[in-house]
Ligand binder design. Structure first.
Ligand SMILES: Cc1cc2nc3c(=O)[nH]c(=O)nc-3n(C[C@H](O)[C@H](O)[C@H](O)COP(=O)(O)OP(=O)(O)OC[C@H]3O[C@@H](n4cnc5c(N)ncnc54)[C@H](O)[C@@H]3O)c2cc1C
Length: 422
């Protein structure tokens, strides 16, 4: 029976970063991961300015080695084909880009190990319970491990939270994504994009799916293409994916439609976060997707995974030092004030405005593209430039401002281009 200070279950970005931060605080950590280092995860791999900056500051410069392609901005399409080109200023290009998750996640795991955390691969946790002041974790092969505290970083399909009495996210809080990441001559297509849009961007399409969006993200030698929506709209994905490809090819974003969707994944989306993200009795904190820390508009989850895990490690440290598991309660106050209110609170308000219907998505893009300031704020939100991006975006496009913008949008152009300067 192994005894340690902290067991982290799951070695995605949330689990590995929790292990890094906790190890640096002098906590003995064992990470249990059901797969192996190098496992892939279907994900756009979009690392925003905000999350790369955070990782460089709090984890280390070496994380940036896994960024394989830098982008110059974002091109957004409305359901009817309106086009908003957001060009990042030099400042915004200092951080952010695209990763392949197999590479990025391995890098974080390696950093966690180099900080002293012990990574045990092929260990699926199937059961957790508490005995006096210890957590007892059982793996699928029957091994039992004990620790003082537990961090649950098992992703969107977490099953451990329920064992701790925490209700799952449920259909209302879950999204589904389908798509592919295929080898592709990205150099050639980048040249086409430069000719047509003057930049190498990521592409976001509103319209191909209800309550969500479709995307095309370039990597160094791969294209990542997908559609994502809420689980309640989890239907007709094959038809939707195919018609999205036709649309993207028609505009000239991709040269062909011959892509097969061969990957699918769930994502916390919509009614997030989870109703509770800690268990005092279970001596546990939930981080990353297991906690539902995904932006309700953009689907960006790596930011919440890293920020939440930093807070989780600090809260566990205080609980350990004071020998008081009731300190875990502080976790929710802290993540809410540090990033939750902006990312999840204001994020949900924007999502409510935007994702109501195809008409609302069209209006949303029109309203933003007719207003330089709203476009600037959207660009900063997509780059996750600071901790107030969602609030600032919401304030610009809601209340009285919305009335003015709606009138102005009657004259919205088919195409608009702005430089996004922080
Ligand atoms: C299609 C798609 C596109 C996305 N695009 C982006 C994007 O571009 N940018 C962005 O920021 N976010 C994006 N996200 C969200 C992002 O992928 C997640 O928010 C992020 O992976 C969350 O990290 P995590 O560590 O919480 O969970 P995960 O990355 O899911 O890691 C969980 C880990 O736990 C392990 N595990 C699970 N159960 C157990 C168990 N019982 N025992 C042991 N190990 C276990 C799993 O094997 C896995 O390694 C996207 C998501 C999807 C689905």
């Amino acid at each position: 029976m192994t005894v340690t200070d902290l067991i982290v279950v799951g070695a995605g970005p949330a689990g590995s970063s929790a292990a890094i931060f906790a190890s640096r605080l002098g906590i003995d950590v064992i990470i249990l991961e059901k797969q192996r280092k190098g496992r892939d995860k279907f994900c756009g791999g979009g690392i925003t300015y905000g999350v790369e900056k955070l990782m460089v500051e709090k984890i280390g410069k070496e994380v940036s080695e896994s960024i394989e392609l830098r982008i110059d901005g974002v091109v957004v399409f409305s359901p009817s084909g309106r086009e908003l080109v957001l060009k990042f200023s030099e400042e915004l290009k200092k951080f952010g880009g695209l990763v392949r998750r197999s590479v990025f996640d391995s890098k974080l795991m390696e950093i966690a190990e180099s900080e002293g955390a012990e990574l045990r691969e092929k260990r699926e946790v199937v059961k957790v319970r508490t005995e006096k002041d210890e957590v007892v974790v059982t793996t699928r092969d029957g091994e039992e491990l004990r620790s003082s505290y537990l961090v649950v970083a098992t992703g969107s399909e977490d099953k451990i939270g329920e064992q701790l009495g925490i209700p799952p996210l449920g259909k209302e809080g879950m999204g589904g994504c389908w798509g592919t990441e295929v080898k592709f001559d990205v150099e050639e297509i980048k040249n086409e994009w430069k000719k047509k849009w003057g930049l190498v961007p990521i592409f976001l399409f509103f319209g191909p799916v209800p309550s969500g969006y479709a995307w095309i993200f370039p990597k160094r030698e791969f294209l990542n293409i997908g559609i994502g929506t809420t689980l309640s709209h989890f239907r007709y994905h094959e038809e939707r994916f195919t018609s999205f490809l036709r649309k993207a090819a028609g505009i000239g974003v991709i040269p062909e439609t011959n892509f097969k969707h061969d990957r699918a994944a769930t994502i916390p989306f919509g009614k997030v976060p989870r109703s509770k993200t800690y268990s005092e009795e279970g001596r546990a904190l939930l981080v990353g997707d297991a906690a539902g820390f995904v932006h309700p508009v953009t689907g960006e989850g790596i930011y919440g995974a890293i920020r939440g895990s930093l807070i989780a490690a600090r809260v566990v440290k205080v609980a350990m030092d004071k020998e008081d598991p009731s300190q875990l309660r502080r976790y929710e106050e802290r993540w809410w004030s540090e990033f939750g209110e902006d990312t999840l609170g204001y994020g949900k308000k924007i999502a409510k405005l935007l994702y109501g219907s195809s008409f609302m998505m069209e209006m949303g893009v029109k309203v933003v593209m007719c207003d330089k300031e709203a476009s600037r704020r959207l660009g900063l939100l997509l780059a996750h430039y600071d901790s107030e991006v969602s609030r600032k975006m919401y304030e610009r496009i809601s209340g009285l401002n919305l009335v003015g913008l709606a009138l102005k949008s009657l004259r919205s152009p088919k195409r608009a281009e702005f430089e996004v300067i922080p």
